[in-house]
Structure formats: C-alpha cells, structure tokens
Design a protein around this ligand. Structure first.
Ligand code: PGD
Length: 762
C-alpha cells in the first residue's frame, strides 16, 4: 500500500496517494474549511484531455514559418521530443537572429500551478532572458485597474490597502463590513501559490457572533459566504461609484464626515467636495441621484451612511468592480469614502482592497522570505498592459496611452506561452482568434489540450505539479509544504524546466539557464534563503533534507499591529505614505496632469460605455467560477458535475426567464454583436432581475471554427465580453460585465468535445 504524501495547490494543501490506478486526495488536517476544488485533482492522472506527446500544427510544419490562417482549425501531427526540441530551438534562433528580442512576446500571463521552483512564469521569463529578453506584460487580469490607481493615491499596491486589516482584527473589532462587490467564499478558496488554512467563514462567523453587521453590494445574492446573516443590496451592475457618492453626500450634508482626519491625512478633499455637492458641475450627488442610477432606495442609502458613521466600519472593494469600465473609480472612491469616515488605521476599520478575493489576504505577514527563482534581467524595455494582447498583435506600431505615457505596440513575430490560457482569460475571443493568426509562430507548453493549445503551432506536453517535486509556499501562509511527486508523468510530459534546459542546450545556453543544477539541487538551493533567515531569526531552521523528511515546516508570522495604516495614523510625519504628498490623495495632481477624459484628478461617476447602445437588454456578469480555478481542470470531476447537458450553467432571474419562455435546464443561446454561446439555464432569484450570471472557465469550443463570428458551444462568456481597457490610465481588463440577449436554443445541439481525447493527423 503506497503512503499518502504531502502536496499543495492554489486551492489548498493536501496529501495524495496513487494506488491501483486511482489517485486519492485528502485535505490537510489543519484546514478548517477545505476547498471542494480538491475534487478536480484525481482526473489529472488519467484525463483524455492531457497533452501526452509533442505535437505540431500541420500547416506550420508544412509551410513554416507563417501559414497562420489555419490556426484554430488545423490538424496536429504528433512528433518525438528530439524533433520537437530541435524545431523550437531553430525557430527561436531564427526569430532572435532576424528580428531581435523585441519581436518575441513572452508576457505569457497565467496562474499556472503552485510550487516555488517549477512556477511556469518564472521559468519562461528566466529562459527568454537568457536568450536576450522579450516583450513582457505588466499588471494582471485580476487587478489591472487597482494596481495602477492605488500607487498614485495610497502607495504601492498590496501594501497599505491589503496589509493593514486582518481577519483577527475584523473578528475582534469590526462593527459593519460594507462589502462593495461582496466577498464570495469561492474566491477566498484560492490563493496564488497555496493556502493551508481557509479561515474566512470562521472569522466572519466570529465577528457575527459579536454582533457585526454585513452588507453585500452586488447583483448576486451569493456573493457573500453562506450561513451568515447578510443584507443584500441588489444593485444595477457597474454602478457602485454612484452608490458610494450618494453615501458620501449624506455624510457631508449631515455633518458625519471626519473633517479632522481629512485635514491631517489627505490632500484635495475640497476639490472632491465641490464635485460631490454639485458646486463644480451643478449636479449634487445626493441619495436620490444615486438611487436612480444604482436602484438602491434613497432611504436605504441614508440609513447605511449614518450606520457607517456610528460603527467601526470596514469598506472593502472587490476585484470584480475594477474589472469593468472605468474600474479605477470604485477603488479610489472606496478609499475616499473610508477617509471621510476617518477610521483608516483603527482596529478592524478603514479600507481593505479585495479582501476575500484571495484566501490569504487578511492574514498576518510572514516573518521569513520565501524561496524565489531568479528570472535575470530583461534587456527589452517594451511592454504592454496585460489585457492589451490582441491590440498588440493586431496593431503593430500603433500608439496607446498608459499611466501618463504614450507607448507603441511592438511588432511581434513569435509568441511563447507557458502556464496560462488566453483563450480562457482574454475578452472578445473572436477578436483574439483573429489576433492569434498574426504572429509567424506560437509555441505553448500545456498540461492539457486547452483552446490555447489548439491555437498554437508547437505544443509541448508539460507535467502538472502532481508529477514533480517542489516546494509549496505562499505569501501570508505559515505552512511550507514539501510537495512530493504523486504520479509518474502522464504520457511523455516533461517539466517546463527540463524542456527549457534542453532547448537552451541546443542554443548554447544550457549553463546560463540551469547553472548546472538539477531540479532537486534547485529545491535545496532555493530553500536555503528561507532556512538562513529562519536561523538568523532564532526560529526552527531544519536543513532541506530534514524539511523534506518532515513534509512541512511552520513559518513564523509578524505580529498583527495594524500594518502601514496604523503607522500612518499614529504619526503621518514619521510614516508618510509613498504618494507625492505623503498623504492619501483624494485629488491627484499627477493624474489630473495626464489630462485623460476617462480618469480625472479625483474619483467621479462615469456612466458605463456599455449602456450607450441599449440594444442588448440583460447585463451578463462574467465572474470567477466556484467549481474550478479559472479554466484549470475543467475536465475534473467537480467541475464536470456542475455542467448540464455538458454545458456551463448560466443563472437567470425567473422573471427574465419567463419573459423569454426559458425553463430551468433549457439550453439557451446568449448573444451580442461580438459573438454568442450556448449555456444551460438555471432559474434563480439569487440573481437580480435584468442580470444573468455565467462564470468563466468553460474551455472555449467554437461551433464552426472557420466562422468569423464563432459561437462557443460550451459556455465561455469571453466570447461575449468587450476587449477594451478600463481607461487610459490603467488599461485593465473589463471582462466582468457585458450586455446580452438570451433565447431558448431551438437548433440541433452540437456535442461538446473539447474535454475529450484529441485526434491527430496520421
Ligand atoms: P488558468 O485557467 O489558471 O487561467 O487566467 P489564467 O490564464 O491564469 O490557466 C492556467 C493554465 O496553465 C492552464 O491551462 C493550466 O493547464 C496551465 N498550467 C498549469 N500548471 C502548469 C505548468 O506547470 N506548466 C505549464 N506549462 N502549464 C501549466 C486567469 C485570469 O482570467 C484571471 S487571473 C482573472 S482574475 C480574470 N478573470 C476574469 C473574469 O472575472 N471575467 C472574465 N470575463 N474574464 C476573466 N479573465 C481573467
């Protein structure tokens, strides 16, 4: 009988055992609320969706390079590893030689898998830097707008905004949690790099037991953990800023704002107040004005504003709000509202950006550094904001605005993608299909035949974490895990590190890339950073072999002292914020000087661009799934158990369904001017009327791959979303909300095949 061995994933620590052709998974015994996503893991061992052998698109093989028109429709030919590695090395040599490093896009965005060494993004960036560099991407699809606006107004992202308020402080002191965008437990199930303890439900229950009040502002009722008493404000999607302004207006006109705090800790409040009260534009942003926009009653807005002022109030703003038109505004306005309440730095009060969006946000900081693989220096300065990938491929040389700069898109000849799935994460997939026909060559390492793999020229089979040893550790998680190999590589899959090492060898860069270390030697070498720091701090500091034997190591935490917000509150001169003024910027001269028409010097209400045409009457919320992480393991048992007739479920309010003759379980077609998809209707009063909800992550499968405006038969909402930036400031993705119409699908139902075994050209 094989023993259970420790392992880890983005959605939890666990142990696993492979016995009799089956993989058994047990959650970590110390996790009080393990994630159901663990149920997707056993399929990794034997799913037909896995990539088993290197494969090349026939058209590329025969007409290389170029011959790109057939991408997404072509057959694949399986080849052996030596030939595949030779082809990749030769093609990289050609492109670097003919066009230089500026013609290679290695932005390769994606979450890939947990593990400090085999982290796919670190591996590809290190590899391409050894070759001379690459065009990179900046920021993320998670927080594209927030990560640009917050540094202007509060200081570096993920510092003041996410390191000041802990779950312990909330349990201890918070009186009112005002959650704009809710705080869905499915999001807190995951954390990039791993999470050994899921504590959100437990901590909020503790606060509730003390009498804390929770208000969730969202078109979806279940955007807050089940089992807790929460007041649901079912507002019109995309209108949180109007609601926040309405609340702010009540605070000022009823004298409930903290003028002392505003004077001492912020700059530019008067500019903002002129706008709020309508002195600068003639429109007071009062509760009645807000109510008309967000459809929350004016009386409710007034009552909540008063409650916020008399309670220890914590304002949270979810990622989802800023993944939309003008996404910078709710993030900034949330900061302004919290400043007006004057509670920044008080225990359990103030502002926390995206609390609950990842499972470890709100936990205490680690007191020791984590092992990190060096990526070397990138010799290429060119970059794109991550969600501008299709713009870049379609418009080489064109100018674009970003954070005060006018930049130009590079001319990309080769795209190398490892550990991400753009045909999951990007918007307007029909446009992305066109964009993916532009480069001469696309190379992908994948564990499974995702839609991205099916749009590549060369597909190299990568192992998952289950097939290799690694160190599991994540920011704000106090358990380091010896991630032990649980199964042999599936088919001919190889570790990304081994693939890059062999390509580097062919290009004469083996030593630079590997530093002559095996994977095992790297683990021991990287572990030393943490061990030495633990030793210096007087903590338990076993050597690598002892750690590996034990299977896990408890890491020390810093004391919970209120973080940067408390230090700033205690003494703003001694601990100024790293903003131009050293204070919270309610008005930012820097942003005002950029002169943008879509992000001014202080937060303001901009009606969403999507409302302009009114052709498609339903809002579609395209949020994170509860049954998988993004698109990962869509072939797993838990994800598949939620599909209906093989399609992704789409929730619709019963009144909207009735108006369209749609019954529970019907297959519906959602459509707008960009495309369409099939999904299975689930009637639910937890979705506000006028809104539908379709999670991301069903692997994109076009009905007719040759159609210009393809229909996804599986239910991927990104066939419908818009590929436009949040604003000229951040250019973040706006995939969260779009507008659609829905109808019962009366045509013959095409079978979903994307999760089945791939067929190859003979
Ligand atoms: P994943 O499904 O996690 O999605 O986008 P992301 O691309 O990160 O893709 C990871 C891929 O890496 C998988 O295909 C997996 O098989 C592969 N992989 C895993 N481990 C390894 C490995 O070790 N080696 C290699 N070579 N491959 C590996 C997520 C992105 O989607 C994010 S972060 C967000 S927040 C966005 N959310 C939304 C949204 O809310 N709404 C819309 N409409 N769109 C979104 N897109 C974004």
């Amino acid at each position: 009988m094989n023993a259970f061995k420790p392992h880890s994933s983005h959605w939890g620590a666990f142990s696993g055992r492979y016995e009799g052709g089956k993989l058994e998974i047990l959650p970590h015994p110390g996790d009080p609320d393990p994630s159901p996503l663990l149920g997707n893991l056993p399929a990794v061992a034997d799913s037909p969706a896995r990539v088993r052998q290197p494969a090349v698109r026939r058209g590329w093989l025969e007409g290389k390079p170029g011959n790109a028109d057939m991408r997404g429709m072509d057959e694949y030919v399986e080849i052996g590893w030596p030939q595949a590695l030779d082809l990749v090395a030769k093609e990289l040599g050609r492109v670097y030689g003919e066009y230089g490093a500026k013609a290679v896009f290695g932005g390769s965005y994606g979450w890939s898998s947990a593990g400090r060494f085999h982290h796919a993004q670190s591996q590809i960036h290190r590899f391409l830097n050894v070759l001379g560099g690459y065009v990179r991407s900046v920021n993320t699809y998670s927080s594209g707008a927030a990560s640009v606006i917050i540094p202007h107004v509060l200081g570096p992202y993920d510092t003041f905004d996410r390191k000041s308020v802990t779950w312990d402080a909330i349990e201890r002191s918070t009186g009112l949690v005002m959650a704009f965008g809710g705080m869905a437990i499915k999001n807190a199930d995951v954390h990039g790099g791993g999470i050994s303890k899921h504590v959100v439900r437990q901590k909020l229950s503790g606060a509730a037991a003390r009498g804390a009040r929770f208000i969730s502002v969202s078109p979806l009722k279940d955007d807050f953990p089940h089992g807790l008493e929460v007041e649901w404000l079912p507002m019109t999607p995309g209108t949180d800023v109007a609601l926040m302004l309405g609340l702010a207006h009540v605070l000022v006109t009823e004298g409930l704002h903290d003028r002392g705090f505003l004077d001492r800790y912020t700059v530019g409040y008067d500019h903002f107040e002129n706008y709020l009260l309508g002195r600068s534009d003639g429109q007071p942003k009062d509760a009645e004005w807000a109510a008309k926009i967000c459809s929350i009653e004016a009386g409710t807005i007034r009552e909540i504003a008063r409650a916020m002022a008399r309670s220890r109030t914590l304002i949270t703003v979810s990622h989802s709000l800023q993944r939309a038109d003008y996404g910078e505004q709710p993030v900034w306005m949330g900061i302004v509202l919290a400043s007006m309440l004057g509670q920044m730095g008080l225990d359990g009060g103030g502002y926390s950006y995206s609390l609950g969006a990842l499972g470890n946000i709100g936990k205490s900081q680690l007191a020791a550094p984590l092992p990190t693989l060096s990526q070397f220096r990138n010799a290429v300065a060119d970059f794109i904001p991550v969600a501008r990938i299709a713009d870049m491929l379609l418009n080489p040389g064109a100018g674009f605005h970003y954070n005060g700069q006018l930049l130009h898109y590079p001319d990309i000849r080769l795209v190398y993608w490892v550990g991400g799935n753009p045909f999951h994460h990007h918007q307007d997939l029909n446009r992305l299909r066109t964009a993916f026909r532009r480069p001469e060559t696309i190379i992908v390492h994948e564990t499974a035949w995702t839609s991205t793999a099916r749009h590549a020229d060369i597909v190299l089979p990568a192992t998952t974490t289950l097939e290799r040893d690694d160190i599991g550790a994540a920011d704000r998680d106090d358990l380091m895990i010896a991630m032990k190999k649980l199964i042999e590589p599936v088919g001919e899959a190889r570790d990304d590190y081994d693939i890059f090492s062999e390509i580097a060898r062919r290009l004469g860069q083996f030593e630079s890339f590997t530093e002559n270390r095996t994977s095992r030697e790297w683990l021991s070498y990287l572990f030393e950073t943490t061990r030495a720091a633990l030793d210096a701090g007087g903590y338990d500091a076993p050597d690598f072999e002892a750690f590996w034997q034990r299977g896990e190591l408890r890491l020390p935490l810093k004391p919970d002292e209120g973080g940067p917000a408390r230090a700033f509150r205690d003494d703003p001169s001694a601990s100024p914020l790293p903003t131009p003024s050293g204070r919270i910027e309610i008005f930012s001269k820097t942003i005002d000087d950029f002169g943008y028409d879509d992000c001014a010097g202080h937060p303001r209400w901009y009606p969403a661009r999507i409302e302009a045409n009114h052709v498609y009457p339903l809002h579609l919320v395209c949020n994170q799934p509860h049954q998988r992480l993004h698109s990962q393991l869509d072939y797993g048992a838990f994800s598949r158990s939620t599909k209906i007739s093989g399609r992704e479920p789409v929730r619709i309010n019963p009144a909207d369904a009735q108006a369209r003759g749609i019954a529970d379980g019907d297959i519906v077609r959602l459509f707008n001017e960009r495309g369409s998809c099939l999904a299975a209707a689930v009637l639910s009063a937890d979705v506000r009327q006028g809104v539908m909800q379709l999670a991301t992550g069903a692997w994109f499968e076009p009905h007719e791959a040759s159609a210009e405006n393809a229909m996804c038969i599986h239910g991927n909402p990104n066939i419908l979303t818009r590929d436009i930036g949040t604003s000229k400031l951040a250019q973040g993705c706006t995939g969260q909300i779009t507008t659609v119409e829905a109808e019962r699908y009366a045509g013959e139902l095409p079978p979903v095949r994307i999760l089945d075994r791939m067929t190859f050209a003979q």
